[in-house]
Design a protein around this ligand. Structure first.
Ligand code: AMP
Ligand code: ZN
Length: 488
């Protein structure tokens, strides 16, 4: 079994990953809040998690991954302030909360599929586990961790000594919620106490309510992840994932309530992905305008070109999104896939190095050893084993392509690499057709290019030309202007 070295936010260092029980790995990943489309920043985090899961599988582990779907209780701030996001979505679209949640959950999993992601082993909706939350709160209540104030049940963080272990925050410097404009909740004993169950609050128009021993109300947001993880993965967890925005409040609160409930250390390894930024900073849904996968598709990008773009940088580095950068990645992805498909169509040519060796072969089995080809695969795995360094893993793929290894062995290694990369490297491009959105986007770029030429800004004109080509389009300039067609 290969060893994965993985950064652990708890220790702020890269550690050797050792599963709790032999080769079985339990992973919990905070799922989407389904009140709107996922933006491509959210999707970056999920692509990172997909690489983590597939790397573990490639290394021989048996992975069980659990994800929640937040369809209740996530207020506008990650602490207990603002309106429920689902309610906001329902108001915005004049639909019921259930309609909103189901629609965006479906879109989310469609996006994930288009981006080559594997579906988690278990997916649970927050609203399907209300009974379990009530039982969980009852245990915390019995153990003395809760108090009832102003109609809500709160968790008292002063009773949990390791509260700041993950965030390393200095509590005196924090304000309840993290937003300056939010009033402090006067029911709280400590500013960071959080609600387990709301009955009365300033958000009384909450549409989804359930009966409970504390009155009719709804659960606090953090509960779902603790309860769903405990129910499906047991009291100790190998890896818990999410974006870095969840470190200070959501994951900190998850740890406090879960460890108070079980009396044990919960998570061995905390995995967090850095933000995708846009020109205004962190890409966020609440900011209103954001880029989603559908927009990329409408603009003519292959979703896997976005995956390739994400894999080109490390998950713990912020990535600044721009269409120019995506165009470059898109062109590189197309070239790469054209090359790997070409190698696959030539795979009968040349002698296979397999026949020249004997021993075990991870590629072909049958006691064959394609030692040269395997070296590339080993280096590829070594890059992933180094805290999931996907950029270096891609470098090994390029090195393999350039090498003089026989095509059929290259193909075997590419296929293995693609089990983790999921870039459809050996799948021929689909026949594409032009829809109105795509055509409008190309026409827009062509006229931008014409403007640039008119202004004698040839560098800009060339840049736009590259962007058009990156979309799999061939352009020709003639005396009447520019014509274009899809690349055959
Ligand atoms: P949400 O649907 O808002 O609950 O977020 C889903 C996931 O996306 C969580 O793991 C967040 O931490 C993560 N996330 C939110 N914003 C970004 C961003 N700009 N870049 C990367 N990940 C993000
Ligand atoms: Zn969570």
């Amino acid at each position: 079994m290969r060893t994965l070295r993985l950064y652990n936010t708890m220790s702020r260092s890269i550690e050797e990953f050792v599963p709790i029980s032999e080769n079985a790995v339990g992973i919990y990943t905070c799922g989407p809040t389904v009140y709107n489309f996922a933006h491509i920043g959210n999707l970056r985090t999920y692509i990172g998690e997909d690489i983590l899961v597939k790397t573990l599988i490639a290394f021989g582990y048996d992975v069980k991954r659990v994800m929640n779907i937040t369809d209740v209780g996530h207020l506008e701030s990650d602490a207990d302030d603002g309106e429920d996001k689902l309610l906001l979505g329902a108001k915005r679209e004049n639909k019921s909360i259930k309609e909103i949640a189901e629609f965006y959950e479906d879109v989310f999993f469609d996006d994930c599929e288009k981006l080559g992601m594997m579906r988690p082993t278990v997916v649970r909706r927050a609203t399907d586990c209300i009974e379990q939350y009530i039982d969980f709160i009852k245990v915390l209540e019995k153990k003395g961790y809760t108090y009832f104030s102003g109609g809500n049940v709160y968790f008292d963080i002063s009773l949990f000594p390791g509260y700041t272990n993950l965030s390393r925050a200095v509590l005196d410097d924090q304000i309840a919620g993290s937003r300056e404009d939010v009033e402090r909740d006067s029911n709280k004993k400590n500013p960071q106490d959080f609600v387990l169950w709301f009955t009365k609050s300033k958000f009384e128009n909450q549409a989804m309510k359930w009966d409970s021993p504390w009155g009719v109300g709804y659960p606090g947001w953090h509960l779902e992840c603790s309860v769903i993880a405990l129910e499906n993965l047991g009291e100790r967890l190998d890896i818990h994932c999410g974006g870095v925005d969840h470190i200070a409040v959501h994951h900190t609160n998850e740890i406090a309530q879960t460890e108070s409930y079980t009396g044990k250390k919960w998570v061995n390894h905390w995995w967090h992905a850095e933000f995708l930024q846009d020109d205004k900073g962190k890409m966020s849904k609440s900011a209103g305008e954001f880029v989603n996968l559908d927009l990329l598709i409408k603009k003519g990008y292959d979703p896997l070109a976005y995956r390739y773009y994400v894999l080109g940088s490390h998950y713990r580095r912020q990535l600044v999104f721009s269409f120019e950068n995506l165009d470059q990645a898109s062109a590189a992805y197309r070239k790469l896939r054209e090359k790997t498909i070409e190698i696959a169509s030539d795979k009968t040519g040349g002698a296979s190095v397999c026949t020249a060796h004997s021993g075990d072969c991870v590629l072909h089995g049958d006691g064959l050893s394609c030692a040269e080809a395997q070296k590339y695969l080993e280096r590829f795995y070594a890059a992933l084993a180094d805290d999931l360094n996907t950029a270096n893993a891609l470098t090994e793929l390029y090195a393999l392509i350039k090498s003089d290894i026989a095509p059929q062995d290259k193909v075997s290694v590419i296929a293995k690499m693609d089990e983790v990369l999921s870039l459809n490297l050996l799948v021929p491009f689909e026949e594409r057709s032009v829809d109105a959105n795509f055509a409008a986007e190309i026409e827009r770029l062509i006229s931008e290019r014409a403007e640039a030429k008119k202004a004698k800004d040839y560098a800009r004109a060339d840049e736009i030309r590259e962007r058009i080509i990156a979309k799999g389009v061939v352009i020709k300039d003639n005396k009447d202007g520019t014509v274009w067609e899809l690349k055959k």
